[in-house]
Design a protein around this ligand. Structure first.
Ligand code: PGA
Length: 257
């Protein structure tokens, strides 16, 4: 039995507006009332992080507020970006780093992602969710574990063991994100188990046992329970299905023990 508390995050990407986001946030908060065996976070578009802090704060909710990205430099001339300390100042407590859309659409490389991981973890108030995962081409070439390992090693370079309680990994096969295709529970479990081994090599086996590894990629109410039932899958990062309160809440329910 895992000692790791399941975590379910809703990545809204650039969907919702102020009012629709507020309504969705309120629905999630109401649905999570009384749930304390799963940690839940929402990742609204960056412009709505602070307004959403108002929604969560007003309801005195335990739903965590997340940001989808941040820039590694603390301040200066970086037009359009937002620093980790600004994200924290807007009351976010979790930050996604290295999401597949940042890697493959925006073009971020492992070196930049590593700088972001370190910048997020340098803020005591922030948890970093490092996203990793292989493309379809890499999967078909049998490279899934190799890609995950190299993204983990590069992304976590320089992370101190004392910061690990603020680290979460999200394994999201690129070919499964937003496509309706999901890894089989068995394939996902195998990838997660290998990721945990790599974390063990980096930080020691006991530390690796405590780090949550989430699955992401077309998680839906209909497949969540089986995925989350795998021994090394500690919840999920949800895109499309997090935009519908009812579906997101059903996925949270599926993560409960
Ligand atoms: P999806 O997105 O659930 O729509 O596949 C997951 C993600 O991008 O985190």
């Amino acid at each position: 039995m895992s000692v790791r508390k399941p975590f379910v995050g809703g990545n809204w990407k650039i969907n919702t507006y102020l009012e629709t986001g507020r309504a969705l946030g309120r629905e999630v908060v109401a649905g999570c009332e009384g749930i304390d065996d799963v940690e839940v976070a929402i990742f609204p578009p960056i412009a709505y992080v602070l307004p959403m802090a108002g929604v969560l704060g007003k309801a005195d909710s335990k739903v965590l507020l997340g940001a989808q990205d941040c820039y590694p430099e603390p301040e200066g001339a970086f037009t359009g970006e937002m620093s980790a300390s600004q994200v924290a100042d807007c009351q976010a407590t979790v930050v996604l780093v290295g999401h597949s859309e940042r890697r493959h659409v925006i073009g971020e490389d492992d070196a930049l992602i590593n700088r972001k991981v370190l910048a997020v973890l340098a803020q005591d108030a922030l948890t970093c969710m490092l996203c990793i995962g292989e493309t379809l081409e890499q999967r078909e070439a049998g490279q899934t574990d190799v890609v995950n390992e190299s993204q983990l090693r590069a992304g976590l370079n320089g992370v101190s063991p004392t910061q690990l309680d603020r680290l979460i990994i999200a394994y999201e096969p690129v070919w499964a994100i937003g496509t309706g295709r999901t890894a089989t529970p068995e394939d996902a479990q195998n990838a997660h188990a290998r990721c945990r081994e790599v974390l063990g090599e980096l930080f020691g086996p006991d530390q690796a046992q405590a780090i949550r590894i989430l699955y992401g990629g077309s998680v839906k109410p209909g497949n969540a329970r089986e995925l989350f039932g795998q021994p090394d899958i500690d919840g999920g990062l949800i895109g499309g299905a997090s935009l519908k309160g009812e579906d997101f809440l059903a996925i949270i329910e599926a993560a409960r023990s």
